[in-house]
Write a protein that binds this ligand. Sequence first.
Ligand code: ADP
Ligand code: ZN
Ligand code: ZN
Length: 709
Amino acid sequence: MKMSIFMRGLALRAIPLGSKDSRPPASQTEAILPHPMPRLLAEVFVLRASPNPLIYDLPEELCSRVQAGSLVQVPLRRQRLPGLVWRLFSLEKKPSFAVRPIAEVWDERWALPPTLLRLLDWLSKYYGASLGSCVDLALPKSLLRTTKRVRAEENAEKDRQTQASSIPIPTLSPEQEAAVEDMWDSYRQRRFVAHLLHGVTGSGKTEVYLRVMERVLADGREVLYLVPELSLTPQTLRRIRERFAGHHEVAVWHSGLGEREKREAWEAIASGKVKIVVGARSALFLPQRNLRLIIVDEEHDNSYKQNENPRYHGRDVAIYRAFLQGALCILGSATPSLETFFNTRQRGFRFNSLPRRVDRRTLPTIYVADMRHEMNGRLPALFSRQLLDRLRDRLERKEQSILFLNRRGYASTYLCTSCDYIATCPRCSVSLTYHRVPEHLSCHLCAHREPLATRCPRCASPDLKLLGAGTQKAEAVLQKIFPQANCVRVDSDTVSQRKALPALLEKFRRGEAEILIGTQMISKGLDFPNVTLVGLLQGDLSLHVPDFRSSERTFQLISQVAGRAGRGEKPGEVILQTFLPQSELLRWAQRAQFEEFAEEELQLRQQLGYPPYRHIIRHLLRGKNAEATAHQALAWGDYLRQRLDPSLIELRGPASSSIEKIHNYYRHTLFFFVANVSQTLPILLQLRKDFPWPRSTLDFWDVDPLDMT
Ligand code: ADP
Ligand code: ZN
Ligand code: ZN
């Protein structure tokens, strides 16, 4: 049987053109490729079948209909499969290997635009991922189903039903006006410009996006509006629909869409009918041809980073796509990432700021509650008296409160007071969390569950204690103090199904509950006008994480959570409970002084050579055998040290990861600090290829990692 030849993108240039090697005899090739030279060949990614492109012949009758980006059907072994034409090239002479022809054009209406192909190419190089895995991002599985064509009109129907209602459009504040005009100036240059729009929550950033969108749409161009997690920002989508759905088709894109919805949306976007895409990071790879504005809302948000291969950062891909499209890119946040803030100082990103809330609404007042003095008997209290007093007050005034605790479950530690035994996961090096309903211990990394021991497994003592309160416990304590109050708890235990979250939030919005308790899930974007009190039960919890970004994250967390208070007519208050009331970081957060915080933090990063001054590339190794994995990590580290130029690539490690074991895999990390990723990553990947690697040790690369564990 004649097989197509699997070729790496790079090896291609080395094809022995007609050389006399031991490839199939000419007569065989002839039989498959009957027409004369020179001939056109195509590199084709057979979707979800190979990480590298295969070579196919482009028959003459298809020449006029196939180009780079076309979707075609190709033969592979005994099957006929869909593929993407990556590029075309010609050979003067008869190739010395057997090539089969492209069978047909899959669907003529669909082809990926050239800028999207270039984006995928860059993605694969920058993140060191196979081109095939990047191509998969642009062609969702649901497209491959060759079921009957669904008509995109049905989707459009839904939009027309959401007629643009006649809600009043506010008059812009002078700051908003200035930001819109500045962005519009950039747009009119018809080349890539990035803007950071910094504004506290409720300062009218979304209104600025909407105004710029309006103008770009009137110019006949398309818009991509990215949000970190669509399920958490239903209001944003509603506002966009209200404003535009009557005139422009809006499509929604996120991983939770059904297969059919995805196919419908993809087709409508590819056809150019859709003018506005609102989506999560995966929307960056949609075939919008006329894209001239990309908005990255909450640009600092970590969920823009993909935690599986290819491990890309949606914000950075957005910037690169805007660059390729010659588009305007707006990055908005109340607490910008230091990377983006740095770019306004060093890389010519423009900086627009909205320093006030609209309508003279004041920012919530943040009070610091010193938890060192708050006791509940002999144990540290979960709620300060300040917070309880204000909660009582809100319940009486029929206003709502949000309580935030970034730890789910009931208690994070199950401890034996006689021998200090702590219940830990048998598969991971973390302690088990106690859950009360139903009662069990569970691991938050691998979902291991076990019943609660009534006696210590090590010393048989019955003196076991629960420490470290989580959201379940907070809810239970609260119910005891305020039995009349209705609570809604939002964490990944209560919203394991994707549909559950909107229902819980809607219940709160309708006023059926007075108190919302949740983990970081509720720190984002939510806008409930009747909320006048926010409590951060452990405002400094995230400071104790061993990560160079812990200050930045804590600042973001406090500002974001605080921003949930006082969104309506009534002013808001925030109680920040902490064991570190003197910390300067808390004071900056308290006064919403982002720039002061950022300047100081940047100086520190510069001294230490951390991002954004350098890039980090993380290489993680894992294996089931503790010794073999450690040995491999050490040997690999030694090998690298002998070969790397430390002025180009600074290696730190290998070391046991901060979570040493997950799911029975022992983990070791190497960190590479570099000034330039595209210069250095290929060197590292080549060394990795040359070094002997046992199959029992798995590894992955993470460029610009956010997760340092
Ligand atoms: P952000 O995105 O910064 O949180 P929004 O754009 O959502 O802020 O604005 C907060 C609220 O204020 C929204 O309800 C919005 O409709 C309203 N708003 C925005 N700009 C103005 C304005 N110039 N005048 C009056 N209300 C405004
Ligand atoms: Zn014990
Ligand atoms: Zn576990």
